[in-house]
Design a binder for this molecule. Structure first.
Ligand SMILES: [Zn+2]
Ligand SMILES: [Zn+2]
Length: 226
């Protein structure tokens, strides 16, 4: 069971990275002015390229590579916003669960040909709204945007990957008091009763370092920083 949980994390990571790489490639392509259909087709193509040799996905994702449903959010005009939904299957049938429904998201600004680091010489860092840390790079693997579902009964014993407890989200706690399932992220500290909670719609934000003085530096990407 524990081994299986590690595999779930591995699958999540790999899908998140594939989504991120896909977003980057599409964002660059899209700056050349292809249409909406092309954007989705490109995203599908790049995403499948990214995951095609991934054994974990083949072994653990329901429907394997093609079982991952990829969506482009068309409401965004400045950004490419990708979502991947999939189900991780248990190797054996436990407690009559079918598996874990998972979602990964990625949002990237269309490439505008300018290097972020060249803007005004100020130091920028990366954050997610729910997190308590800031990151020196948007490539940090702890900048994890994935969401997973768990039973409310387990929330008191569950810990995030920093070893912290989950607390009920201020924004969505009142809306659904009898929720059987809740949604959490690996590095956040809030649990949400709704997938639509605005606090869960996480995107990586680039902010000035001076704006995040209440946050700690990430233990992963900040390891060698002074
Ligand atoms: Zn919430
Ligand atoms: Zn980091």
């Amino acid at each position: 069971m524990i081994l299986f949980l590690f595999r779930v994390i591995q699958v999540e990571r790999d899908i998140q990275v594939a989504l991120y790489q896909t977003g980057r490639k599409v964002a660059v392509q899209q700056s050349l002015g292809y249409g909406e259909v092309a954007e989705f087709a490109l995203a599908q193509y790049y995403f499948q390229q990214e995951i095609k040799e991934n054994e974990y996905i083949q072994d653990y994702v329901k429907g394997q590579n093609l079982g991952i449903v990829l969506l482009c959010d068309r409401e965004e005009t400045e950004y490419i916003h990708l979502k991947a939904s999939y189900t991780v299957e248990f190797p054996i049938s436990l407690f009559s669960w079918d598996g874990l429904s998972m979602t990964a998201q990625c949002k990237q600004h269309y490439w505008n040909g300018r290097k972020i680091s060249e803007e005004e010489g100020e130091e920028y860092v990366y954050i997610t709204p729910e997190g308590e840390v800031y990151h020196l790079t948007d490539q940090c693997s702890y900048l994890d945007l994935s969401i997973y579902r768990t039973e409310i009964e387990e929330i008191s014993v569950l810990r995030n990957l920093y070893g912290q407890k989950y607390y009920s989200c201020e924004r969505c706690a009142d809306k659904n008091e009898n929720a059987e399932f809740v949604y959490v992220t690996y590095y956040g500290t809030a649990y949400h009763t709704s997938l639509d909670c605005s606090a869960l719609k996480r995107t990586v934000q680039k902010v000035l370092k001076s704006e995040v003085s209440d946050r700690r530096i990430c233990s992963k990407c900040g390891k060698n920083a002074h």
